[in-house]
Design a protein around this ligand. Structure first.
Ligand code: HEM
Ligand SMILES: *[C@@H]1O[C@H](CO)[C@@H](O)[C@H](O)[C@H]1NC(C)=O
Ligand SMILES: *[C@@H]1O[C@H](CO)[C@@H](O)[C@H](O)[C@H]1NC(C)=O
Length: 370
């Protein structure tokens, strides 16, 4: 019996070492990696989680995700590399130029947060931006684990101004801009799952952290539902960038609807795919994973890159909740431009929804840790 057990133990030990055979020990003495080039990203993930994101899906995580888009979209098939080389870190390396684009209002927070890490970790600016975004997203319950490929060379010049879509742009202009960077209208819808963890700091006068849905700290499908709800108010009426928003039913609770999100939800090219995302957690996860994998390498030669996705933390699991009409709203408000049957969803009971301002449910922005 003792003999048998030790054979079993040996066999197990052999198996375990076989599983680890290809892993290398990292210089930090803490991590192992499939490829030595990934070691620095294991260390960077720990640093970001501890010192920047507090391992939560808060403001700094949201801003890091937004930055991935604003860097990568600086690319044009039509105009060529002189106007930008995509996910190349130019947004950090040439911030004083790129911040002159009004579409980049507010991204300076994420740049200020991340740029100092360039002198602490041996990574390029483009890798830093895309990796930080992937780590950030892992903190949001329900998010997919994003792919991360390492090896973007540093940008040599800034992206041209005017390449980043704006919320007041006509929908056909937005589709054309995205196509010019390699994205179909439905891929854009998948990317816009990002707006489930998003708030505006710049569009409404004297207001910060204006949420795009009622659950801004959860990677759920509420944004796809709430963008479809007819409202009678903007927030506050005609102040700030008025053309950036359309009326929404939760204005009194502090929510806004982006004109662009609404227009995309109504376009014949995207209305059915938008509606398909409502209450379809699996679809937003898969769609966002695949579209972000593409976004993260815009303009890059992936044959020269190394897959370091293993350094991206495993995301927090989804909250076990179906999509619901927020209290005070309901199916009578739906603005549907697609003929497919709409899912039957419950309405949250009670008075109008209170939208939390911090990930822990606190309703005072000043109390949020990150
Ligand atoms: C049609 C394309 C898009 C438009 C017009 C658009 C517009 C905007 C605007 C106006 C804001 C608010 C910024 C502020 O005032 O602070 C915002 C926030 C955000 N966007 Fe987009 N966006 C688009 C696509 C995307 C994509 C593809 C991503 C994916 C990475 C993304 C991720 C975010 C995130 C995470 C935020 C929240 C930032 C925060 O809470 O601090 N957006 N977007
Ligand atoms: C990329 O640029 C940053 C910031 O200037 C620098 O710290 C880093 O060494 C550069 N990396 C490469 C590979 O040139
Ligand atoms: C919008 O509708 C709500 C609910 O019917 C109502 O309480 C509110 O006063 C309306 N706001 C405006 C500006 O009409």
């Amino acid at each position: 019996m003792v003999f048998k057990l030790s054979i079993g133990f040996l066999a197990l030990a052999t198996l375990a070492s076989a599983a680890n055979f290809r892993r290398v020990a990292c210089p930090d003495g803490v991590h192992t990696a499939t490829n030595e080039a990934c070691c620095v990203f294991h260390e960077l993930a720990d640093f970001l989680q501890t010192n920047k994101f507090d391992s939560t899906c808060g403001e700094d995580a949201h801003e890091a995700l937004r930055l991935t888009f604003h860097d990568a979209i600086g690319f044009s098939f039509e105009q060529g590399p002189s106007v930008g080389t995509g996910a190349d870190g130019s947004v950090i390396l040439f911030e004083s130029t790129e911040l002159m684009d009004p579409a980049n209002n507010g991204i300076d927070d994420a740049i200020d947060n991340l740029k100092p890490l360039l002198s602490m970790f041996d990574v390029t600016a483009g890798d830093l931006v895309q990796f930080a975004g992937a780590v950030a997203v892992s903190n949001c319950p329900g998010a997919p684990q994003l792919q991360f490929m390492a090896g973007r060379p540093n940008a040599t010049h800034p992206a041209a101004l005017g390449l980043v879509p704006k919320p007041e742009d006509p929908v056909d202009m937005i589709f054309a801009r995205m196509e010019d960077a390699g994205f179909s209208p439905t891929e854009l819808v998948s990317l816009l799952a990002s707006h489930t963890i998003a708030r505006s700091d710049t569009l409404i006068d004297n207001r910060q952290a204006v949420p795009f849905d009622s659950t801004p700290f959860t990677f759920d499908t509420q944004v796809f539902l709430e963008v479809l709800l007819r409202g009678n108010e903007t927030l506050p009426p005609a102040s700030g960038e008025a053309a950036a928003q359309v009326p929404n039913p939760l204005a009194a609770q502090g929510e806004m609807r982006l004109q662009s999100d609404f227009a995309i939800s109504q376009s014949p090219q995207t209305a059915c795919f938008w509606q398909f995302m409502v209450n379809n957690q699996q679809a937003i996860q898969q769609g966002f994973h695949d579209a972000m994998a593409k976004l993260a390498v815009v303009g890059q030669d992936t044959s020269k890159m190394i897959d370091c996705s293993e350094a991206v933390p495993v995301p927090v699991p989804a909250v076990a909740k179906q999509a619901t009409f927020p209290a005070g709203t309901g199916p009578e408000l739906l603005q549907l431009a697609c003929d497919s049957p709409f899912p039957s969803l419950a309405t949250d009971p009670g008075q109008a929804t209170t939208i939390p301002e911090c990930p822990d449910g606190d309703t005072n922005l000043n109390d949020c840790p990150s």
